[in-house]
Design a protein around this ligand. Structure first.
Ligand SMILES: Cc1cc2nc3c(=O)[nH]c(=O)nc-3n(C[C@H](O)[C@H](O)[C@H](O)COP(=O)(O)OP(=O)(O)OC[C@H]3O[C@@H](n4cnc5c(N)ncnc54)[C@H](O)[C@@H]3O)c2cc1C
Length: 418
């Protein structure tokens, strides 16, 4: 498979773009692998780092739908590390650093754009809270700046910073190195790079059961037959509890909820950073095609459906208009939903277990897209070495038994609030 290069672009421009090879193969599953990863989101990154960092190439990624059909292709593409707790800052900053080199690493343009994220504060208490978080980010080696309303008006002219705004803006926390990336490109780039190192990516292959020897997981049953493996990684986001039930685990600290996203019709350049509204829950950026991409809260009920309902649409629109009154008459182009894996403390699980031979990656809540590189890297490490990398060491499953939770938001075990 040829490298993408300026020369290849020119050559294909003259040959009517007919010489491009498929970005990844469509192999049939083999009877056995060293490692199987279930789920073609973080699973793709995991397979890539297993091959690249650990030389483990006899690997299959099993995806029940088409590649990118899960949350990796459904998110609002925000990449950031503006967290408060040391565990989170360490992990997500590691990820941002990986993003900075990802297009080169994969030889695939993931369109990572470090346009910054601005969290608007609407009360003195919220400003104190954000400044504290900014200081924690600086202490953790990250980047953070406090902007006054006048500076915000210069940076994002569309935001209403007037005293008469329904939710007056008192300041904002900016993380300049944050940004957005093209979500499909991340799935395609990791898939192509993993495939080139020998990984089998098997689409339309749903795992419907686990093969066991006593307690040990020794493979999976799928809609394309039984496949054995020395190690089985589960990275299926909102389907985690369903998958674990197939392995006989009935109770698990993850709830599945639907999260919707929206995109408006395209307009001229209007906002050049990601902006979040602190009076409710809303995040917005502008895509390269010109659409305003935005989202808000979960729908608020447990669901496995990749679609949401109208009350939340109304809530998100009202927050959007409160924040950007000038675009109130824009038409909505599309909306969609994804099934989120909400953990009990808002932090992920990347760990060995809960059964021998099984490895778990889940609990990403609203924010697993930005984690894709670090999650894949540290999950691959955990699978290869049977021990965590220092960045995912805190993200155990047993923290819920021991009460050592990583509660970034201080919301307690209330998944729909995280
Ligand atoms: C609307 C929305 C907006 C979001 N916005 C952001 C954002 O701006 N920034 C951010 O960082 N994060 C965001 N997220 C969260 C982020 O997208 C997810 O946390 C992340 O993509 C999860 O990755 P994953 O690999 O765990 O899951 P997925 O990408 O969903 O991959 C899991 C895969 O497992 C497959 N699967 C399930 N069951 C089986 C089975 N039995 N057999 C085989 N395969 C199976 C699924 O088909 C799926 O493709 C958003 C999510 C949504 C839905």
């Amino acid at each position: 498979m040829a490298e993408y290069s300026a020369l290849a672009l020119i050559r294909n421009a003259f040959s009517g773009n007919r010489d491009w090879k498929p970005a990844w193969r469509k192999p049939d599953p083999k009877p056995a692998y060293d490692v199987i990863i279930i789920g073609g989101g973080h699973g793709l990154a995991t397979a890539y780092y297993l091959a690249k960092e650990h030389g483990i190439t006899n690997v299959a990624v099993l995806e029940k739908g088409w590649l990118g059909s899960g949350n990796i292709g459904r998110n609002t593409t925000i990449v950031r590390s503006n967290y408060l707790l040391p565990e989170s800052i360490r992990f997500y900053d590691f990820s941002v650093k990986m993003w900075e080199n990802l297009s080169h690493e994969l030889n695939y343009n993931v369109m990572f754009s470090q346009r910054g994220i601005l969290n608007l504060a609407h009360s003195p208490a919220q400003a104190d809270d954000y400044i504290r978080r900014g200081n924690a980010m600086l202490h953790g080696g990250g980047d953070a700046e406090w902007l006054t309303p006048a500076e915000i008006a210069r940076k994002v002219p569309g935001v209403d910073v007037s005293g008469s705004a329904r939710f007056p803006v008192v300041g904002g926390l900016l993380q300049p190195r944050a940004g957005t990336a093209r979500h499909d490109a991340v799935a395609w780039g990791y898939a192509r790079a993993a495939d080139r190192r020998g990984v089998d990516i098997i689409e339309n292959c749903e795992v419907v059961g686990f093969l066991r020897e006593g307690d040990r997981i020794i493979g999976v049953s799928t809609t394309r037959g039984e496949i054995r493996a020395g190690k089985v990684g589960v990275a299926v986001a909102g389907s985690t509890s369903r998958l674990l039930k197939l392995a006989g685990i009935e109770q698990f600290p993850i709830e599945s909820h639907v999260l919707q996203a929206f995109v408006s019709e395209s307009i001229k350049p209007y906002v050049d950073c990601v902006v979040t509204f602190g009076g409710g829950h809303l995040y917005m950026s502008q895509s390269d095609k010109g659409g305003l991409v935005f989202g808000g809260d979960l729908d608020g009920y447990n669901s496995y459906a990749q679609r949401g309902n109208l009350p939340l649409v109304e809530e998100v629109m009202s927050e959007f208009v409160a924040m950007f009154p000038a675009v109130a008459r824009l038409r909505l182009l599309r909306s969609w939903g994804g099934v989120m894996d909400m953990s009990m403390d808002g932090s992920p699980i990347i760990a060995k277990g809960p059964l021998p031979g099984m490895y778990l990656n889940c609990g990403w809540c609203y924010g697993g897209f930005k984690a894709t590189p670090a999650s894949g890297f540290s999950f691959a490490w955990t699978i290869a070495k049977d021990e965590p990398h220092p960045i995912n060491a805190p993200y155990t499953l047993s923290r819920f038994e021991r009460g050592i939770i990583i509660d970034e938001k201080g919301q307690g075990p209330t998944p729909k609030l995280h």
